[in-house]
Design a protein around this ligand. Sequence first.
Ligand code: ADE
Length: 272
Amino acid sequence: MTQAVLGIIGGSGVYDLPGIEDLSEERIASPWGDPSDLLRTGRVGTTRVVFLPRHGRGHVYSPSDINYRANIDVLKRAGVTDLISVSACGSFKAELYPGSFVLVDQFVDRTFKRDTSFFGKGCVAHVPMAHPVGPRLQGRIADAAKAESIPFSQGGTYVCIEGPQFSTYAESLTYKGLGYDVVGMTAMPEAKLAREAEITYATIAMVTDFDCWHPEHDDVDVASVVKIAQQNAATVAKLIARIARDFPAEHEPCPVGSDHALDGAIMTAPSM
Ligand code: ADE
């Protein structure tokens, strides 16, 4: 049996996870460089949890400067089997209003200056990404949200932009016209790297704004993102605590194969 370890990556406004028992801070070395912060490890009930604030303490890493490979690598080394990322985002749908949560199941990657793979010259691998979110893990988030009476929307497409600037009006209209649901700056390449690391991944997208397309709402700015993220921090903590409390001791096999994504993915011949 593989013991389940629940990893949480906190985004804007989520720099801590209250409620972790036996909390300790761990520095795990990675050949990929420095992760965003120390890992905070402990347990919620009997579930082992590992928390990492994506932007580091004090929000010092811009989305383009986050070492996504080191972050995923240290979480893997800490034994994380299932990873929930919390990401602030803008919304392209009137019904996905600021303060609401979206359990996205697809990503579009528009980033262009990040290291997106652990593989490359010398060891070439192509992991499947058709279904980037673990449906069973997402189901656990949905169950916990229902149990805590936290409204959420199930399913949706998150377009990840490079940033750090927010989108132009034309870009915002384009993403909306393409049918995307939300926009953020951080879920990619995180989801790709989690897949390569055979960690089951799911995102809780926390809507903080309507980007800049909505005629009846102000254009997104940092103040609006921070305000909504802070207002929601306690709800996020409650949701994560519930997911952790109800998490199974044994890692549940992922129906879309994220926990064995490397089977058959490596093309480079083994060296003789
Ligand atoms: N994070 C929060 N709101 C955002 C937006 N509108 N665009 C990109 N990233 C965001």
